[in-house]
Design a protein around this ligand. Structure first.
Ligand code: URA
Length: 423
């Protein structure tokens, strides 16, 4: 088999055979197929697509590139959640301990930021001492001891995806349904969770900008999960505006702790509760504590504290704060009709919350604090956003992202405003 014939086949819109797919994934994992060849193939897939048989085989080959985990020795059913990526999407942080408090075990393999979207591991690493990298044995110990674990996929789990994910990030090949579906589902199936809830984001801040694409991605992933014996369901959720009132690493940890303490922004609470109920139902946990009660009675917070401490973090430590702030005010009075998720995500990324190259460090305190959400009545000159960074030379670059015509839209007072449903 040679890689050039596989690239040419997809370039010319042919269906790849099972043998071609198995070979190319294995050869890429071993380093026999070079990054530039795999990027050409990824671009051909992005442009010409794959049918369900090809996606299913591609996913299976990525699973077979590494080891599979097994949680069958745990006394509780397992349930996991995966978001396709968004801005201000801190939901995993309150959700994992919440679901654990309600009776399911949550083995949550998470990722770092991808493009303008934030990463759960980058957020949690702003907690002093917290470790994302656990061996498979440590992951099991934390899960057994606290009911929930959030960590990076170990080296042995879907290594083909690890290489391909980093390559897609820098070659403009992220937004392809076959590649997103196989990337997410190979990790989740290899991880061995019994149930999986997918939070498929749709809107400007998501990789899927319109509902039809998000539905196709959701159906593809649910099909892959169900065929592999993982009870998989999906919610389509709005990502036209950021979730909650923060986008950034430590900023989002602070907001997540507010939710665990029974407060927090209404949209974050609504989505956390909806996903928690889906995760419990998918795992077959019925009649236990209701998630809303677990937020109110402190049991979700207890699980959070134990989970953070078990991974070396200090749940009582002060979170990092950026050295410099810049306040962006409302340019006019009226109704705030839009605060674009993509613009806010790019601004947070440029302030230092995300990476320009995959080896870059992120700033724990950087990001955007939101003072008014769409639907709010605003007065010219009132604070709309506070930008945070350790490197003030980044302010202008971040402000450029927020100066595009769709970034912040204000209609005259009294204008009709219809919110997009969150779920
Ligand atoms: N999350 C993943 O794990 N992979 C993708 O391709 C996109 C989001």
């Amino acid at each position: 088999m040679d890689v050039i014939s596989v690239i040419r086949a997809k370039r010319d819109r042919a269906e790849l055979t099972d043998a071609q797919i198995d070979w190319v994934i294995d050869a890429y994992t071993r380093g026999e197929v070079a990054d530039e060849q795999m990027s050409a193939l990824a671009m051909a897939i992005l442009l010409n697509g794959m049918n369900l048989r090809e996606i299913s085989r591609w996913t299976d080959a990525m699973i077979r590139s590494g080891v599979r985990m097994d949680f069958s020795s745990l006394p509780l059913p397992t349930s996991d959640k995966h978001s396709t990526g968004g801005v201000g999407d801190k939901i995993t942080l309150p959700l994992a301990p919440l679901v654990a408090a309600c009776g399911a075990a949550v083995p949550q393999l998470s990722g770092r930021g991808l493009g303008h979207t934030g990463g759960t591991l980058d957020k949690l690493e702003s907690i002093p001492g917290w470790r994302a990298l656990l061996s498979n044995e440590e992951m099991m110990d934390v899960l057994r001891g606290t009911g929930a674990v959030i960590c990076a996929a170990g080296d042995g789990l879907a290594p083909a995806d690890k290489k391909l994910y980093a390559l897609r990030d820098v070659t403009g090949t992220v937004e392809a349904i076959p590649l997103i579906a196989s990337s997410i589902m190979s990790k989740k199936i290899a991880e061995g969770t019994g149930a999986l809830v997918l939070d498929v984001k749709v809107g400007s801040g998501a990789f899927m900008k319109n509902l039809a694409d998000a539905q196709e991605l959701a159906r593809t992933m649910v099909g892959l999960g169900q065929n592999a014996g993982v009870n998989t369901v999906a919610l389509l959720t709005d990502m036209s505006t950021p979730l909650g009132l923060t986008a950034g690493n430590a900023l989002e940890v602070r907001e997540s702790v507010e939710v665990l303490a029974g407060g927090g922004p209404a949209d974050v609470v609504e989505l956390t509760l909806a996903l928690a109920r889906e995760m419990l139902a998918a795992a077959g946990v019925t009649g236990g504590k209701d998630p809303e009660t677990a937020l109110r009675d402190g049991s979700a917070m207890d699980h959070w504290r134990r989970m953070i401490a078990a991974q070396g973090g200090d749940p009582d430590a002060a979170l990092p704060v950026a050295r410099e702030q810049h306040v962006l005010t409302a340019p006019a009075s009226g109704v705030l009709t839009g605060l674009d998720a993509y613009a806010v995500g790019v601004a947070a990324w440029r302030l230092g919350a995300g990476r320009a190259r995959k080896e870059d460090p992120v700033q724990a305190g950087a990001g955007v604090e939101i003072h008014a959400k769409p639907g709010a009545v605003v007065t010219a000159g009132q604070p709309l956003l506070t930008l945070h960074t350790d490197t003030p030379e980044r302010f202008d670059y971040a402000l450029e992202a927020l100066a595009t015509p769709d970034a912040i839209t204000i209609a005259p007072a009294g204008a009709d405003f219809k919110a997009t449903p969150l779920i």
